[in-house]
Design a protein around this ligand. Structure first.
Ligand code: HEC
Ligand code: HEC
Length: 258
């Protein structure tokens, strides 16, 4: 009797470890997929600037001028910095389609490397704010949430889903924004959005907000309704209203039966 039981356990343990090993073997490669292909040596700064200049001349100079000083079609880009270029191009706002009230987000036209090249070229003409090295999403989530609610939610809403502003302008939904776009939006303050220099929000604070925005906009609703992601207040309300009504109905039903 006892022997059978023990061997039963042994079989179960064996099966579990086999399944576990198989699972790790199968599941492991997915994390490796994310690794960037590191074969090509990174372009030097001079090469980037040169490539950026070529891209600029063919795609941007008609509006911003051959020498970056601006023209009838667009403002001067001298001194706007790499940061503003990354924001505008990586969110697909630039190159602009003529005749719009506010540059809308569009399909991105350039690869990340081309964007870096454009940014480097414009940065080399007059300087300006640049994006800090490293992971922009490694800030403090709690702090980011608090700062987002005080600085950004008035326009972009608590869930980052955007909202209307005056004169036909709008604060866009933040969901499609990459970490770089979130960070550079704060640095460059496009349209009617305020600019948050490092004195207003430190690098750490901007990283915290970036992480928070990435977090809320990629959060999935795991089952059930999101209830507008307004948090505990709506959730509580729903529990009280729906829950209590159900309880009352049940009491009435039980009372009626007896
Ligand atoms: C059809 C004209 C047009 C083209 C083409 C165009 N832009 Fe612009 N650009 C504008 C206008 C107009 C603005 C200002 C309005 C706005 O910000 O919505 C602007 C704003 C910008 C800004 C923000 C400047 C600041 O003060 O921070 C950057 C950076 C920029 N453009 C870069 C580019 C780059 C890089 C390209 C090429 C890939 C490009 N633009 C192509 C018209 C254009
Ligand atoms: C006064 C209103 C206002 C405030 C406050 C504000 N924004 Fe914005 N934001 C805007 C507007 C308007 C745009 C669109 C600019 C454009 O179209 O060029 C924008 C654009 C953005 C984008 C680009 C979204 C995209 O399409 O990729 C991001 C990201 C962003 N804001 C983040 C923030 C963060 C983070 C804060 C707080 C630190 C903030 N904003 C505060 C008005 C605001």
């Amino acid at each position: 009797m006892k022997k059978i039981r023990l061997s039963g356990y042994a079989v179960m343990l064996l099966t579990l470890s086999v399944v576990g090993t198989l699972y790790t073997a199968v599941a492991a490669p997915t994390s490796a997929v994310e690794e960037p292909a590191a074969e090509e040596p990174a372009a030097t700064k001079e090469e980037l600037v040169q490539e950026g200049r070529d891209l600029y001349l063919s795609g941007c100079s008609t509006c911003h001028g051959l020498d970056l000083a601006g023209g009838s079609g667009g403002p001067s880009l001298i001194g706007v910095g790499a940061s503003s270029v990354i924001f505008q191009v990586e969110s697909g706002r630039m190159p602009l389609a003529a005749g719009v009230q506010q540059a809308p987000r569009k399909q991105v036209r350039y690869t990340l490397e081309e964007i870096d090249a454009l940014a480097e070229y414009i940065q080399s003409n007059g300087g300006g704010p640049t994006v800090p090295e490293g992971d922009l999403n490694d800030g403090d989530l709690q702090l980011g949430g608090a700062l987002f609610r005080t600085n950004c939610a008035s326009c972009h809403n608590f869930a980052g889903s955007g909202g209307a502003l005056t004169y036909g302008k709008y604060a866009p939904e933040l969901e499609p924004a990459s970490a770089r776009v979130i960070y550079t939006a704060m640095q460059s303050g496009p349209e009617s959005m305020p600019r948050y220099g490092d004195n207003q929000l430190s690098v750490e604070e901007k990283k915290a907000i970036t992480r928070f925005v990435t977090y809320i906009t990629s959060a999935e609703d795991i089952g059930g309704a999101s209830l507008g992601r307004y948090g505990p207040l709506t959730e509580g309300l729903v529990i009280w209203v729906v829950g209590i009504s159900v309880l009352i109905l049940m009491t009435l039903w039980i009372g009626a039966r007896s």
